[in-house]
Design a protein around this ligand. Structure first.
Ligand code: GTP
Ligand code: MG
Length: 356
């Protein structure tokens, strides 16, 4: 079924999504392997803590710093400890092993509200074309996630169309187009810019047309590309349209305004859309994730998150921080570059992998 995975990956990010996942490992095993570093941060000190004879103030203090080190953030750490203390009292917990079980339960309780998978077969998610836009800072994993999502949706039986909305870098458009060609997914992109000698004249070559049949501006307007893609998706009876966008920092106000415009244009083309606005977060950014969620939410009303690179130097506790400070559905998590390494977020599985 995954014959396409065998293709040689080029250096382009979408192609990187095709790297072969380690064979024979189940998703749970890959999740566990992917979260190894977080587990090391949480578990090594915790393993030592929970192996102690009794629960005392010192143990709870060390637990606090361990949770902070795992990037849970002050808010979630305080919540977890307050709840834990109350539980210890109420349930007369005496052994550190029982404390560990209580912490696992609390963390699962904290994260469970974030478990809201994207299910295009669900009656609440059956608009067609289902329009998904992705946003995030540079290198967060947007384009590779799109490749993985496109494969997933195709395997679920949905027709997929991609919009190369990263018009900032010509290479980005080519990467997505090439990925689409190899995987038989239509990609709508703006026409190539004119050669330098024509571009320097300040106007497109005579007679050039953009994909809407109008004069080509070569302005690199992501909203126009995505607008075209929605029309194409409609005309072709496509189920799901996924729009890529260029990476941007929340502090780049002009670029934040640009992406807000992309959202408005989508809504103009399809008043019920966009149906999903996914913010892609690199788990390595730690507490900065909170600021990113807030800033992107303000600009484009984020409806869900993809948290990538939990296999890196990530501290998976960032999900606990998100749950407390800016809760948003975590639609998918990424624990590697393989095409199967992006999976729906399941709270219990995640916590078990952290402590397992
Ligand atoms: N280890 C690991 N690498 C990942 C994961 N997700 C994405 N990557 C890698 O992160 C790098 C950047 O990914 P891209 O998809 O190009 O990121 P982007 O957000 O599109 O980047 P820009 O378009 O430059 O803003 C690539 O090398 C990906 O293979 C993940 O879950 N784990
Ligand atoms: Mg990209």
């Amino acid at each position: 079924m995954f014959g396409f995975l065998k293709k040689t990956a080029a250096d382009a990010p979408p192609a990187a999504a095709e790297k072969v996942a380690p064979a024979k490992l189940t998703w749970a095993e890959r999740l566990k392997a992917g979260l190894a570093r977080t587990r090391a941060a949480l578990n090594t000190p915790l393993g030592e803590l929970f192996a102690r004879g009794k629960i005392d103030a010192e143990l709870l203090e060390e637990l606090e710093s361990t949770l902070l080190m795992a990037d849970c953030g002050i808010d979630a750490t305080e919540w977890l400890l307050t709840e834990l203390r109350a539980k210890v009292k109420k349930e007369s917990i005496e052994s550190p092993a029982a404390l560990r079980a209580a912490l696992i339960e609390l963390l699962t309780r904290l994260l469970t509200p974030l478990e809201q998978p994207l299910d295009l077969n669900h009656p609440s998610q059956n608009q067609r074309p289902y329009i998904i836009m992705l946003a995030g800072v540079n290198g967060a994993g947007k384009t590779t996630s799109i490749g993985k999502l496109a494969k997933r949706f195709q395997q679920e039986g949905h027709g997929v169309l991609l919009a190369a909305g990263d018009t900032f870098r010509a290479a980005a458009r080519e990467q997505l187009t090439e990925w689409g060609r190899r995987n038989d997914v239509t990609v709508i992109a703006q026409p190539s810019p004119p050669p330098d000698n024509l571009a320097s004249l300040g106007s497109p070559p005579k007679g050039a047309k953009n994909s809407r049949g109008g004069p080509s501006s070569f302005s690199g307007d992501p909203a126009a590309v995505i607008f075209d893609a929605i029309s194409a998706a409609r005309a072709r009876g496509i189920d799901v349209m996924i729009a890529d966008t260029a990476g941007r920092l929340p502090t780049q106000l002009n670029l934040m305004e640009e992406i807000a415009k992309v959202r408005r244009v989508i809504q103009k083309a399809e008043p019920t859309g966009p149906h999903e606005v996914l913010l892609v977060l690199d788990a390595n950014i730690g507490q900065n994730a909170i600021a990113q969620v807030k800033a992107f939410d303000k600009a484009i009303k984020v409806t869900g998150l993809i948290v990538t690179k939990l296999d890196g130097t990530a501290k998976g506790g960032v999900l606990a921080a998100i749950a407390r400070q800016c809760p948003k559905p975590v639609r998918f998590i990424g624990v590697g570059e393989g095409i199967d390494d992006l999976q729906p977020f399941r709270a219990r599985e995640f916590v078990e992998a952290l402590f397992g």
